[in-house]
Design a protein around this ligand. Sequence first.
Ligand code: ATP
Ligand code: MG
Length: 259
Amino acid sequence: MGKVIAVVNQKGGVGKTTTVVNLSASLAAAERETLVVDLDPQGNTTSGFGVSKTHQDNIYHGLLFSRPLVELYITTQLEHLKLVPSHRDLTGAEVELQTIPEREQRLKLLLEPIRAHFDYTLIDCPPSLGILTLNALCAADSVLVPIQCEYFALEGLADLLETLRRVQHQLNPQLAMEGILLTMYDERTNLSRQVREDLSKHFGDSLLKTMIPRNIRLGEAPSFGKPVLLYDIKSKGAEAYLHLAREIIAHGNQKKSAR
Ligand code: ATP
Ligand code: MG
């Protein structure tokens, strides 16, 4: 049975999209059948794979018009990786979904018939805790939370954890914590080390061992519409995401509490 991982943080610019694009590519490189769902109206994951944000097959059609995902996912440059693109119309979905029954469960229902076809499904979320992110949390088995190594790293985390607890109580009791991922880590700075220590105290085992360094190649790759391992496989960024894929695979289907 495949594992569905929501990549969530309501803070903007912390590395959610970079993680979805490069972790999914690394899982696919390890020959795991992988599906990416771009649930962010910004569509950065979609363009990160070199796909247009106006592609006719997209998640908006699934969420609003119940088009099955099997009709919506498209191939990518990697053999084992499929993508359900975002679309700019998704911007209106937060409002449009309000009138639809079971609006938080739309993605879960869409994924049900195909989740077993994939070893991993990664969902990229927008930087908010609105209805789209709720759909991801209802559909997911686990959450991966990227946190940027900066002074305000822990700010907003309490709101996120509270949302996770509410979702567990009311909508998805099975939701587990895949891990907290440190991104844009710079081992030369005291600040990065301090943030890591703070997070380790707070989260113990939930803090993933892999840290993603600040790496210019990770920033450049999306402008070529490629995951970093197709752009510069020898870069520190590519190495780190391959390492992360191994750590996630090693987790297997073990479940930890999301608290
Ligand atoms: P949003 O909340 O807007 O969706 P996000 O959380 O998805 O943002 P990203 O888009 O992945 O964040 O990253 C924000 C910016 O930082 C991007 O320009 C990205 O290329 C860059 N970036 C992310 N991770 C790294 C890294 N490890 N090293 C260097 N640049 C990075
Ligand atoms: Mg993003």
